[in-house]
Structure formats: structure tokens, C-alpha cells
Design a protein around this ligand. Structure first.
Ligand SMILES: Cc1cc2nc3c(=O)[nH]c(=O)nc-3n(C[C@H](O)[C@H](O)[C@H](O)COP(=O)(O)OP(=O)(O)OC[C@H]3O[C@@H](n4cnc5c(N)ncnc54)[C@H](O)[C@@H]3O)c2cc1C
Ligand code: SF4
Length: 455
């Protein structure tokens, strides 16, 4: 009997191994030879980090895998992760000229092929620049912070990253499910940055383990790249019952703790329909849940998850209940979740964000039996941290100059999810990486300008 139990756990664990196995050598060669190597290639414009895609693909076709990986990682310090998580059909592959005749080049898969080669072969792709004696503190070692750190180290700055978690990498290490993005990939990207003598102080939460004031006093420049925080409260009855989870914490547990059979043959309901909801729902399936439903108060048209994520969730057997909002979570006498009471919604006029506003359909309450409720209605903001630095913000979205990424404090810059929202692009790994690079160059240019004024 014990033996069977062990096997079941092993089976559940194997569900968290990467789904896509990547291209074989032959497939990569054939795919790279399909590329037209367009002059003025539209795919480069469509990649937020501007990777020279034709060039890295050409290098694959000629067997120069190190050169290929270097081209990718030079433009995008988290290019190995992006190869797995970018919504390529909306970005580089969506712009491929071959869309109009056959099918686009598999840019993401080729990017993965080259970077996987670099990882497997322990390549160190860059070396730090001559030191200029200027210090920069970066708060947060996610894609935005790592990208800024890498660029600054190449330019000769002395960089310290303060990271609250045990390891750096941000949501690439802890937030995006391991069957799409294994931790080892993100850790390799972190190690590439560390090898440039960037000091990564992990287990160090700014505002708790070190004060904002101490950092402001001791560094020449500061970059706030702390991302967003946990899922906000639903504000309904029953949220404290056993069996109610925060989706970010829930996914993180599958990446950091032993997989258990706690969800085996259980029912789960996920509230929300963005990246996080999809990841939480597919994790629940892979933990052995017998039925997983996503509840969303709008329709498929308005959800923020990418099409590829939606398709993936459907393939995994996740059910979607549109125009459905939670009203209260119902518990059993032991204080555990046993059902969720919902109401039907209807869509009204578009709101200021252009999306139709949902309103409640009177007397439409109904119950869904469930053992778990996973909250995935977005992420809250690091308000306290932002205020400790005294920065201007709009509801927790740090205000910046869009050209320089400078905040209301002249020596503090901000990038990544901490500035996401209210018109600042999309929360994607590749945009965070791009913003990190831009901040590094903005700092460098501000010094160059200051030098030319003094000269
Ligand atoms: C579940 C989920 C799935 C996603 N899937 C995708 C996807 O498929 N494709 C895609 O492109 N994007 C996806 N995203 C979005 C993407 O992960 C983010 O846009 C990206 O990680 C933002 O990078 P960042 O560096 O700004 O923030 P983060 O990745 O959040 O990194 C911020 C870092 O700052 C640290 N930190 C926070 N506060 C402090 C403090 N006080 N002191 C020190 N350190 C601190 C955190 O620990 C963290 O390491 C997903 C997001 C989630 C939540
Ligand atoms: S980083 Fe993303 S968008 Fe850019 S080329 Fe790679 S997969 Fe495409």
C-alpha cells in the first residue's frame, strides 16, 4: 500500500517537469535554414529587447552556438527564460514575414536551443567592464533588477542587488510554473550576473533587514525593481478558511517545497483569468485535482491571459465559468472550504480602460462545491517600500519620467512590474528586462552629461 502511495507522489512530481522538450539538433538546423534573414527584420522591432534575431538564427545554422547564445543574452540578460515564457505569437513570431505564406520561424524555440546549449556547456558569455567607482543599489533581483545589474556591471559600475528571497530571479525563479520555466534556467541567468562581480545579497528585504535611508545614504544611485506583491484580498466572507490560497504563494510552493498529494482527487476553484490564474489552475491539475474551474466575472474576450495560456489550460482540462463572480466562501464545521457561492454577472458599458464593466444579475446566486479556492485576481503593490523611499506614485505604481525612468527622487530610478499599470506597457518578463537595460543606460548617460557640463 505504501509503495503505491510513493508511486503516486512520484507521478505527481513528474508532472512538474518541463512539458516542452525543445528542438533536436536536426530540427534546429532545419528551422534555422528556413529563416529568410530579412534586411530590416520586423521580428527585431517586435522584440522588446531588440534581439538581433536573424543574426542569432544564422549562427545556429552555421554551428556557432556560443555566438548565437551571446547575441541573444547580450540584448536580453534573461533570454533563456524569455525563450520559454514570451508570448511569441504576439511579439517576434507574430511579426515574421513568413506568417503571410507558410508559418513563422519558431524564434522562441531556436532561442531556447542556443541558450540551452550555453547552459549545458557551462558558458560564461560576458566579462565585466573596467571599474568606474560608482555604486548602484538595486532593490529586487527579478528580470528587471538582473537586467539592470548586468548592463551596469558591463559598464564598470559596482552593483549590489538586495533580494528578499533566498535566491534571485524573481518570478522566473518563484512565480512561473516549473513545467514552463524550471528554476535551473533562471538560476543560470542569475549566475551569469553574479560572475560579473555583482554582489547579490539574498534573504535581505529592504525596509525590514536594511532601511531605505541606509541605502539612499550609501549608494550613488538606486534602482527600484521590486516587482509587485501578493494577491489582494477578495473582500468576501470565508477568506480565512483552510483551503483558501493566494495563487502566487501556491505556485511558489510547487517550485520550492516537496510535491504532496494534498490536491489528489480534490476539486479546486481559481478566481481570476490572468497569467497567475492559468498557472494556479494548471498547477492544481498537475497536483492531481479531479476538477479545476476558473471563475471570471467577464468573458474570454476581456481576460488578460495570453491565447497560448488559455489553450494550454483548456488542454489540461481546466473548465472556464465566464460571467461568474464569487460572493462568499462556505466552510464546513471544521473550518475547511466546502463550497463557493457565486453570482452571475452581465457586461455593461465600457469603463475608462475600454473593458466592459460587469454588473451583478439579481437573484442569480448558486453554489459550486469545492475543496480549495485559489485567489488570482492580480497583484497588490509594495506601497510601504515605495513610501519609505518617499517616491511619488499612483495607487502603488511608481511615477517615472518615461524617457529616463527617473522617479520623483533624482537619484532613484524604477523599472519592471513596480512601474507596471496606468499606461506603462505590459507585465512581461521581456519588458522588465528591456526596462532594466534602459535604466542602466539612463544612469550612464546622466553621468556622461554631468561630465560634459563640468568639462
Ligand atoms: C504566475 C505568473 C505567471 C507569469 N507568466 C508570465 C509569462 O508566461 N510570460 C511573461 O512574459 N510574463 C509572465 N508573468 C509576468 C512576469 O513574471 C513579470 O512581469 C516579471 O517577472 C516582472 O519582473 P520584475 O523584475 O519587475 O519583478 P519580479 O519578477 O516580481 O521580481 C521582483 C523581485 O524583487 C524582490 N523584492 C520585492 N520586495 C523586495 C524588498 N523589499 N527588498 C528586496 N527585494 C524585494 C522580489 O523577491 C523579487 O525577486 C507572470 C507573472 C506571474 C505572477
Ligand atoms: S526575447 Fe521574447 S520577444 Fe524577443 S526574440 Fe526572444 S522570444 Fe521573441
Amino acid at each position: 500500500m505504501k509503495e503505491v502511495f510513493q508511486t503516486e507522489i512520484e507521478r505527481l512530481k513528474s508532472n512538474f517537469e518541463e512539458v516542452d522538450t525543445g528542438l533536436s539538433n536536426q530540427e534546429a538546423l532545419e528551422e534555422s535554414n528556413r529563416c529568410l534573414y530579412c534586411y530590416d527584420a520586423p521580428c527585431i522591432q517586435a522584440c522588446p529587447t531588440g534581439i538581433d534575431i536573424p543574426s542569432f538564427i544564422k549562427k545556429i545554422s552555421t554551428g556557432n552556438l556560443k555566438g548565437s547564445a551571446k547575441t541573444i543574452m547580450a540584448a536580453n540578460p534573461v533570454g533563456a527564460s524569455c525563450a520559454r515564457v514570451c508570448p511569441t505569437e504576439e511579439l517576434c513570431e507574430g511579426a515574421c514575414v513568413l506568417n503571410s505564406s507558410t508559418k513563422p520561424i519558431m524564434i522562441g524555440n531556436l532561442q531556447r536551443y542556443a541558450t540551452d546549449w550555453a547552459i549545458r556547456n557551462g558558458q560564461e558569455l560576458f566579462s565585466k567592464g573596467p571599474q568606474n567607482g560608482i555604486s548602484v543599489a538595486i532593490i529586487g533581483g527579478g528580470p528587471a533588477g538582473l537586467s539592470a545589474a548586468r548592463e551596469l556591471a558591463l559598464l564598470g559600475y559596482t552593483v549590489t542587488i538586495f533580494e528578499a528571497e533566498e535566491k534571485a530571479g524573481g518570478l522566473n525563479s518563484y512565480g512561473i510554473v516549473s513545467f514552463r520555466l524550471p528554476q535551473a534556467i533562471s538560476f543560470w541567468e542569475v549566475s551569469q550576473v553574479e560572475k560579473l562581480d555583482v554582489d547579490i545579497k539574498t534573504n535581505t528585504r529592504v525596509g525590514k533587514d536594511i532601511s531605505a535611508r541606509e541605502i539612499t545614504e550609501n549608494f550613488d544611485f538606486i534602482i527600484l525593481a521590486a516587482g509587485m506583491a501578493n494577491v489582494p484580498s477578495l473582500g468576501i466572507e470565508g477568506e480565512n478558511l483552510e483551503g483558501v490560497y493566494d495563487a502566487i504563494e501556491f505556485v511558489k510552493n510547487t517550485k520550492t517545497s516537496e510535491i504532496t498529494d494534498a490536491f489528489l482527487n480534490k476539486k479546486a476553484v481559481v478566481i481570476g483569468a490572468g497569467n497567475t490564474a492559468i498557472d494556479a489552475a494548471t498547477c492544481s491539475v498537475r497536483l492531481g485535482a479531479q476538477n479545476v474551474k476558473i471563475l471570471y466575472r467577464r468573458t474570454a474576450e476581456e481576460m488578460t491571459a495570453y491565447d497560448f495560456e488559455y489553450e494550454f489550460a483548456k488542454q489540461e482540462g481546466v473548465e472556464f465559468r465566464w460571467l461568474t463572480a464569487p460572493k462568499r466562501i462556505v466552510g464546513n464545521p471544521e473550518g475547511k472550504v466546502k463550497a463557493i457561492e457565486c453570482v452571475k454577472m452581465k457586461l455593461g458599458e465600457p469603463g475608462p480602460d475600454g473593458r466592459c464593466r460587469p454588473t451583478v444579475v439579481e437573484n442569480s446566486e448558486f453554489l459550486i462545491e469545492t475543496d480549495a479556492v485559489i485567489k488570482a485576481i492580480g497583484q497588490s503593490r509594495h506601497l510601504s517600500l515605495i513610501e519609505q523611499f518617499g517616491l511619488q506614485h499612483d495607487g502603488g505604481v511608481v511615477k517615472i519620467d518615461p524617457l529616463t525612468y527617473k522617479t520623483s527622487n533624482q537619484k532613484i530610478f524604477a523599472c519592471g512590474d513596480v512601474i507596471f499599470g496606468k499606461g506603462q506597457g505590459e507585465a512581461m518578463v521581456v519588458s522588465a528586462a528591456n526596462q532594466g537595460k534602459k535604466v542602466a543606460h539612463a544612469i550612464h548617460q546622466s553621468l556622461a552629461k554631468a561630465d560634459s557640463v563640468t568639462a
